[in-house]
Design a protein around this ligand. Structure first.
Ligand SMILES: Cc1ncc(C[n+]2csc(CCOP(=O)(O)OP(=O)(O)O)c2C)c(N)n1
Ligand SMILES: [Mg+2]
Length: 364
């Protein structure tokens, strides 16, 4: 995925050594996420997508820069604002869109929806809707990876990436997980996509000492760094050394990855807690525009025509994904309702889930 041409010269940035192909791939990936989210909003407004839906636009450099810093078989887990991570990890736009349309061809057979993207071949273990629930699981993935390498002698040293929002910072689960990760030497990096808001609550109103989040990690003996998450090259420059260190030493890490979301918290958010000016100010630093300018002006790796055709290609890919999702088959309740889930049919219930005597299942 990530290709390095030479070792960077002394004093040069790590990203200077990334090949033009890698940078173009990142540009493509970020634009794919942006376009995908635009079409997702449209489909949602047309009531083709149901349930909760959280848009990733604005945060593209976070997923692309961090996932671009690890190996494909390093496990990744995240919260519910997960379309960007799924696409950056290599999930097809079709599988991602079909999941949101609740179709069998979706990555989780249409049973998870927007918040539960799961893709084992791409080493993505969800998509989790309970704030902070993924943080012990991220430690568990790291435990499994270290156990496989050290005890079973299978595979190489790995690092697990566990993304969370600033709203999950004060969940007890995160603190318990960090404690054990440090104690046991679990190679998990907690990547806080700090977009400044938990729903409508600004970070300064819900998290103590929010300007020095890394000091919380330090309390557990975990190395923490702050990164400007709006510049994908900077994300790579700062994040990659931490990944290498955590992999090498089999230790946890923590990142305060500062970012911003362009859309509301979810599809139903009047956004009374922030001004339009604030959003516009962040957009002036847009991460896709910044990377485009670098690959165009500094690298000469793409020109205006090349960019236009890349955008067009991506647009067609996403429209095809929407069309595919719309026309795909719905899962068959007779075979799918009780497969891959913990709840089994109860006595008196037909395999399709309907109660034979006409009552509702109290569990669903
Ligand atoms: C345990 C729990 N409490 C409350 C909620 C309701 N809830 C859903 S999203 C959210 C805000 C989380 O914000 P943040 O972690 O910053 O993520 P962001 O939406 O900014 O990506 C809340 C409180 C929940 N899903 N789970
Ligand atoms: Mg947030």
């Amino acid at each position: 995925m990530t290709d390095v041409k030479t070792k960077p010269a002394k004093g040069a940035r790590l990203s200077d050594a990334l090949t033009d192909d890698t940078l173009l791939q990142w540009l493509r990936s970020m634009q794919l996420i942006r376009e995908f989210e635009t079409r997702t909003m449209q489909a949602y407004q047309q009531a083709k997508i149901g349930g909760f839906c959280h848009i990733y636009s604005g945060q593209e450099a976070c997923a692309v820069g961090t996932i671009g810093s690890v190996n494909h078989d390093d496990p990744v887990i995240t919260a519910y604002r997960d379309h960007g991570h799924a696409l950056a990890r290599g999930m097809s736009a079709k599988a991602c869109m079909a999941e949101m349309f609740g179709k069998q061809a979706g990555c989780a057979k249409g049973k998870g929806g927007s918040m539960h993207m799961f893709d084992r071949p791409n080493h993505l273990y969800g998509g989790h809707g309970i704030v902070g629930a993924q943080t012990p699981l991220g430690a568990g993935l790291a435990f499994g990876a270290r156990y496989a390498w050290e005890v079973l002698g299978v595979g190489e040293k790995k690092v697990s990436l566990c993304y969370l929002g600033d709203g999950a910072l004060d969940q007890g689960a995160l603190h318990e997980a960090q404690n054990l990760a440090s104690l046991f030497g679990l190679p998990v990096i907690y990547v806080v996509e700090n977009n400044g808001y938990s729903m409508g609550t600004a970070i300064g109103r819900h998290t103590a000492n929010h300007e020095r989040l890394t000091s919380r990690a330090a309390g557990y003996g975990i190395k923490g760094i702050e990164i400007d998450g709006f510049d994908v090259l900077n994300v790579y420059d700062e994040f990659k050394p931490l990944v290498d260190e955590c992999r090498d030493l089999q230790r946890p890490g923590f990142v305060d990855l500062k970012t911003y979301r362009y859309q509301g918290h979810s599809m139903s958010d009047p956004q009374k807690y922030r001004t339009k000016d604030e959003v516009e100010q962040w957009k002036e630093r847009d991460s896709i525009a910044a990377l485009l300018s670098y690959v165009m002006s500094e690298r000469g790796a793409i020109d205006e025509d090349g960019w236009k055709s890349m955008q067009q290609e991506i647009k067609e890919e996403v429209l095809e994904a929407v069309d595919f999702a719309e026309n795909a088959e719905a899962p068959d309740p007779a075979t799918e309702l009780y497969s891959d889930v913990l709840i089994k049919p109860m006595e008196g219930m037909s395999p399709s889930g309907a109660y034979l005597h006409g009552e509702r299942n109290p569990l669903i």
